[in-house]
Design a protein around this ligand. Structure first.
Ligand SMILES: Nc1ncnc2c1ncn2[C@@H]1O[C@H](COP(=O)(O)OP(=O)(O)OP(=O)(O)O)[C@@H](O)[C@H]1O
Ligand SMILES: [Mg+2]
Length: 346
């Protein structure tokens, strides 16, 4: 393995959906020219954060090869995902890139014991030839998440707590020995008190198993805590990305500044804090349809150019940013932290 070899290469990926009626509809660009890479010799936790309806799950579906991008391409271990056609190729890819979903109760059938599910996964991905070996593989995976087969084997999903079942779903994802775990809102249905335990698992997997994790979340508090790098997504566009200590420690994009100010302290008020953004859903399609910066309608620093031109990606102070305030990499004199509660939705 050579240095800087890419594990995952996301190259100018765009996904457009046709929305509205057949005749009166338009295009919604749910993922808009997204580029980033993860490196084979440097496992890391890469977070994708942003409010509801920003294209995070759509991007995740492209990375899992469940959805073909409209433009651009995704390469995993040097192979363009659009060339994965046979079942064998798909299985090999799926073994290496495993999802963890928001609702573990949807991942597991309520009618089957947890053990059967794990054993079957081990057999399906060729980790074991018989049930006995598969049970061993399942037990090892469960130990990675602080459980054991003895604890969960006879149980049905509803007989486990939310925190336990989500740990089982991480264990299930580990069974094929993946290089990348793609976790879409894995803790949003777990009590705040248990979230840290789950996200700490990702850290442990990165450090001990050298597994990379793409962590998709609304929850900037946990993202700040576990990420190496973070991308802030708004209406399909990555507006700011880079090392988490730069992007969240010293946000430059007015949208990141707004999000960062609403990071809950204490954590209990998190939902309410986020609700103010989520309620902006009515503006969602309108923001997607904006010509220039998707944040122009809410940004306290908006300038004329923001309404008509797409801000290009630029490197500023150790991160990549799309914002005209930092045009040509120059720091603006007017950039002051965004005041929250000033959400203009024009
Ligand atoms: N199949 C589809 N057809 C049309 N529009 C879609 C489709 N899938 C997603 N969208 C739209 O694309 C946008 C992005 O949706 P997506 O689910 O990717 O957002 P998200 O960031 O994951 O949101 P959340 O945080 O609520 O999970 C939304 O406006 C959504 O309505
Ligand atoms: Mg989503």
């Amino acid at each position: 393995m050579s240095a800087n070899e890419k594990l995952l290469d996301v190259d100018h990926v765009t996904v457009s959906f046709h929305i509205g009626s057949f005749l009166a509809g338009g295009q919604l660009v749910a993922v808009n020219d997204v580029t980033f890479a993860l490196y084979a010799d440097k496992p890391e936790i890469y977070s994708i954060a942003g409010e509801s309806g920003s294209g995070k799950t759509t991007l995740a579906n492209v990375l899992l090869h469940d959805l073909e991008p409209t433009e651009g391409k995704v390469t995993f271990e040097g192979r363009d995902l659009s060339t994965l056609k046979s079942r064998r190729d798909s299985m090999q890819f799926m073994a290496k890139v495993q999802p963890v979903f928001q609702n573990p109760f949807e991942t597991f059938s309520p009618l089957r014991r947890v053990e059967e599910y794990l054993v079957e996964t081990a057999m399906q991905f060729g980790r074991a030839k018989n049930r006995r070996d598969a049970a061993k593989v399942a037990d090892e995976a469960l130990h990675q998440v602080g459980l054991s087969l003895a604890e969960v084997s006879r149980r049905y999903p509803h007989e486990l707590s939310g925190g336990q079942i989500q740990r089982v779903s991480v264990a299930r994802a580990l069974i094929p020995n993946p290089r990348l775990i793609l976790a879409d809102e894995p803790v949003s249905m777990v009590d705040a008190s248990l979230r840290m335990a789950i996200v700490n698992l990702f850290k442990k997997l990165r450090d001990e198993q050298k597994v990379s994790v793409i962590y998709i979340t609304h929850d900037l508090a946990t993202a700040y805590y576990i990420s190496d790098r973070i991308a802030i997504m708004l209406r399909g566009v990555v507006v700011e990305s880079g090392p988490v200590e730069n992007v969240l420690g010293n946000p430059l994009h007015p949208y990141t500044q707004l999000l960062q100010e609403s990071v809950p302290k204490p954590a209990a008020t998190e939902r309410e804090q986020w609700a103010q953004h989520i309620e902006l859903g009515s503006t969602e399609v309108r923001e997607y349809g904006r010509l220039g910066c998707k944040y122009a309608g809410r940004c306290p620093h908006v300038m004329d150019v923001c309404k008509t031109k797409v801000p290009p990606e630029q490197e500023v102070e150790g991160r990549t940013i799309r914002c005209f305030l930092y045009n040509d990499g120059a720091m603006p004199e007017t950039a002051s932290p965004v005041q929250t509660g000033n959400l203009e939705t024009a």
